[in-house]
Design a protein. Structure first.
Length: 103
């Protein structure tokens, strides 16, 4: 198992949840992280991803869903997912043009 940073774990969770997950632990070391996540848990992440509008509108915290053992596995590691509104660095492209190039 390759050691990873908690920021890389946050990036992986971002991909599953389709929303930014930030490492706010302050820990910068390398860790051997093993999460026992079932296919059903991954399906639960996908349901959260598809219900993103509803979560945003209601303000519900996905970590409150105790039926998903992936969240329980994170808690077992001493980590917690909490929904917060924080500034996130974003790149906005206002305009792009295709410039023809010679072959």
């Amino acid at each position: 198992m390759e050691a990873k940073t908690l920021s890389s774990l946050a990036n992986m969770l971002s991909a599953f949840l389709d929303r930014p997950v930030l490492n706010r632990t302050g820990l910068t070391g390398l860790y051997n992280i093993s999460l026992d996540v079932s296919p059903e848990d991954l399906a639960g992440f996908q349901r959260l991803k598809s219900a993103r509008h509803e979560l945003d509108e209601s303000g519900a915290n996905p970590a409150d869903d105790q039926t998903n053992s992936a969240f329980s596995a994170l808690k077992d590691l001493g980590l917690n997912l909490a929904a917060r509104k924080l500034p996130v660095e974003t790149l906005v492209v206002d305009h792009a043009e295709k410039i023809p190039t010679e072959n």
